[in-house]
Design a protein around this ligand. Structure first.
Ligand code: SF4
Length: 318
């Protein structure tokens, strides 16, 4: 059954490091790139071809009407997702993005707006327009899928289509517009990596991203995604055929510790949003799964490494 074009995919409120966060997941045309082997997102926006700019603006109105007024008064961060790229104007027309941003200007405590996009859709003029609408005091964060450090793995195996040159071009635009970077990093993204190699690959990614931030003076944060076996993506049968074992919770904490040692804020995404095959998410060898997940979820808010060790019962030596 096709979705109602005037309703978003999802919307929710959570606690984040700077206060309450309001999340829009808008229903639009699906991702036009659509070639990442690990991704099943485009299928979420099936039928999105008929969603108009006006429909998207009705989705925005719907989310704001559904969110209690008292909650809106507390919102410090707004994140805008689609099953595509937020800055791809074919999927999310600029007029609809601006409509949403103008509505956000009514939020009294708003300090950060986060947009998720492929880097090639980031244009200087649009960042300037967004900055002008948001005004002083509201930081723009651009989230991209960096995924993994090794270029062969990232582009030839996973099909990401992201070159180092493109990353540098993006950093120039972010620097010029005082925007920050949030990079999605996968942990153990392929069956060809051992557990240890998966950790090293992620740490190499931290070093490259931290280095880019330092070179361009752009604040960088990491969103770590422990790879899960997603239903219905190009990689699913390959991972299953090769008896791929998703990463251990201890490996996740190892990468978090490595990020903390490099002064990089890191957030761990432990929710597969119902898209993983049965048993296809992170493993818990030698640790208490519930305790570790609770400790990592809390870490996403407090970023205190010692507290993570204490609460999880696992101390990383990295
Ligand atoms: S990861 Fe992003 S760019 Fe790649 S197919 Fe999925 S939505 Fe498109």
């Amino acid at each position: 059954m096709l979705r109602d074009p005037a309703r978003p995919l999802f919307h929710w409120n959570v606690d984040c490091t700077i206060g309450r966060e309001l999340v829009f997941a808008l229903y639009t045309l699906p991702c036009r790139y659509g070639r990442c082997a690990f991704c099943s997102l485009p299928s979420m926006s099936e039928g999105g071809e008929r969603v108009t700019a006006r429909d998207i603006e009705r989705q925005v109105d719907f989310v704001l009407a559904e969110t209690p007024a008292a909650e809106l008064q507390r919102v410090a961060k707004v994140s805008i997702y689609t099953a595509a790229s937020t800055l791809d104007q074919v999927c999310l027309p600029t007029r609809s993005l601006m409509y949403l941003l103008l509505k956000l200007s009514d939020l009294p405590l708003l300090r950060r707006v986060s947009l998720e996009t492929r880097p090639e859709y980031v244009e200087d003029w649009e960042l300037k327009a967004i900055g002008a609408v948001l005004g002083e005091g509201v930081e723009l964060e651009v989230g991209i899928g960096y995924e993994t450090h090794d270029e062969h793995l990232r582009n030839k195996v996973l099909g990401k289509g992201l070159s180092v040159k493109t990353l540098h071009r993006l950093m120039v635009k972010l620097q010029a517009n005082k925007a920050s970077l949030k990079a999605y990093l996968m942990l153990k993204p392929h069956h060809s990596l051992s557990e240890e190699q998966g950790i090293s690959e992620a740490i190499d990614g931290l070093d490259e991203l931290g280095g880019l931030g330092a070179e361009y003076e752009v604040p960088v944060s990491i969103h770590l995604n422990p790879t899960y076996i997603a239903e219905g993506c190009a990689l699913t049968s390959e991972l299953l055929a090769n008896a791929y074992q998703p990463p251990e919770l201890t490996s996740i904490i190892d990468v978090v510790a490595a990020a903390a040692a490099r002064s990089l804020p890191i957030y761990v995404g432990l929710d597969d949003e119902g898209m993983a095959v049965s048993g296809g998410t992170f493993q818990d060898t030698g640790v208490d799964r519930v305790r570790c997940v609770a400790a990592l979820t809390a870490y996403n808010r407090h970023q205190d490494l010692q507290r993570l060790f204490d609460e999880s019962g696992y101390t990383s030596v990295r």
